[in-house]
Write a protein that binds this ligand. Structure first.
Ligand code: VGL
Ligand code: ZN
Length: 205
């Protein structure tokens, strides 16, 4: 049993959004083409309260892209994004959403960020996605979405560590690239861990 995990395909992560990923919108036709080829489709949604402490706006004299210590964890500071209920937090309309079986929201605790769809960044709390996938009998997961160097990477790394056979479609993701080359670095790191990198355009179930 396989599952496709759609990571954070939300307006704030595409051009025009608060934390825009270059070409983030260009993955959507390929994602829509992949969706019907999987047994199960789930999605993650970055879903922050307005006062989330990953936002640079919540700290005095701190700017976007700076790294701080947030209650013992290293935290990149972001622009305000994916605020619960806002248009920026909504899934992009052109994404085919009808077959999404379940949505896992993350980043709801203002004191800790959550890049992975499985756990917060401290691995303190689970979102329920692991149990859900196991109940459905999933053993292989395929990850797509935004952003390659943050939420896609950490979702895939947790999946692999949890024992799912894990694949990332590299043409169905794009990165933030705070530093040039971050996306390639993320692909290299994932590959090192045994996560298999594939082309979605060439994939047939
Ligand atoms: C993400 C930074 C902050 C992501 C979410 O979806 O990759 N990145 N929040
Ligand atoms: Zn976020």
């Amino acid at each position: 049993m396989n599952a496709l995990i759609l990571v954070d395909i939300q307006y704030d992560f595409i051009p025009g959004g608060a934390l825009a990923v270059t070409e983030g919108d260009t993955i959507i036709p390929l994602v829509n083409q992949l969706i019907p080829q999987f047994d199960l489709v789930v999605a993650t949604q970055d879903w922050h309260p307005h006062n989330h402490e990953s936002f640079a706006s919540q700290h005095t004299e701190r700017h976007v892209g700076e790294v701080i210590d947030l209650y013992g964890l290293s935290q990149v500071l972001w622009p305000d994004h994916c605020i619960q209920g806002s248009q920026g937090a909504a899934f992009v309309d052109s994404l085919e959403q009808r077959t999404i079986q379940k949505v896992f929201q993350k980043g709801t605790d203002p004191t800790i960020d959550s890049y992975s769809g499985f756990f917060d960044n401290g691995h303190r709390k689970a979102t329920g996605m692991e149990n859900y996938l196991r109940e459905k009998g999933v053993d292989q997961v395929f990850v797509v979405g935004l952003a390659a160097d943050y939420c896609v990477k950490f979702t895939a790394m947790d999946a692999q560590e949890l024992g799912f056979q894990t694949y990332v479609f590299t043409d169905a993701t794009r990165g933030v690239n705070l530093s040039p080359g971050d996306t390639q670095k993320a692909f290299d790191e994932m590959n090192q861990l045994g996560i298999q990198l594939l082309s979605g355009a060439n994939w047939h179930s």
